[in-house]
Ligand binder design. Structure first.
Ligand SMILES: [Zn+2]
Length: 105
C-alpha cells in the first residue's frame, strides 16, 4: 500500500482484501473500504471497477456519499442524521452475523 495516494485512483489490495482511495470531493481524506461478504464488494469486468454498496464518509468533515460505478464516481445526496445512525447499526449487526457464521466453520 502506498503512503501517498493519488487522487482518482483506486488502490486494490488482494492480500488485505481492501480498497483504498482518496475522497473524490477533494478533501484529501484516505477512504478505506474493507472487502467482505457483508462489507464492500469489488467487481472487475476486465476494464472497469465497480464498488458496492455506496461509500458514505460520515466520519469525515465533508460527509460525502457516492458510488463508484465502472470507475466513475457518482455522487449521491448527503445522508441525513437518522439514516446514518440506522445504517451504522445495520452494519454492526450484519458484521456480527458474519463473524459468527465464520467461526462456526
Ligand atoms: Zn471528502
Amino acid at each position: 500500500m502506498p503512503t501517498e495516494l493519488e487522487e482518482g485512483i483506486l488502490y486494490v489490495s488482494m492480500e488485505f482484501g481492501t480498497v483504498i482511495h482518496k475522497c473524490p470531493c477533494g478533501c484529501g481524506q484516505k477512504v478505506v473500504t474493507p472487502l467482505s461478504p457483508v462489507g464492500w464488494q469489488l467487481s472487475y469486468d476486465g476494464d472497469t471497477i465497480t464498488l458496492t454498496p455506496s461509500i458514505g464518509n460520515w466520519s469525515f468533515v465533508c460527509q460525502s456519499h457516492y458510488w463508484i460505478i465502472n470507475n466513475v464516481v457518482q455522487h449521491a445526496l448527503k445522508w441525513k442524521k437518522n439514516p446514518i445512525e440506522k445504517g451504522r447499526k445495520n452494519e454492526q449487526k450484519s458484521q456480527k452475523k458474519y463473524y459468527r457464521n465464520k467461526s462456526k466453520k
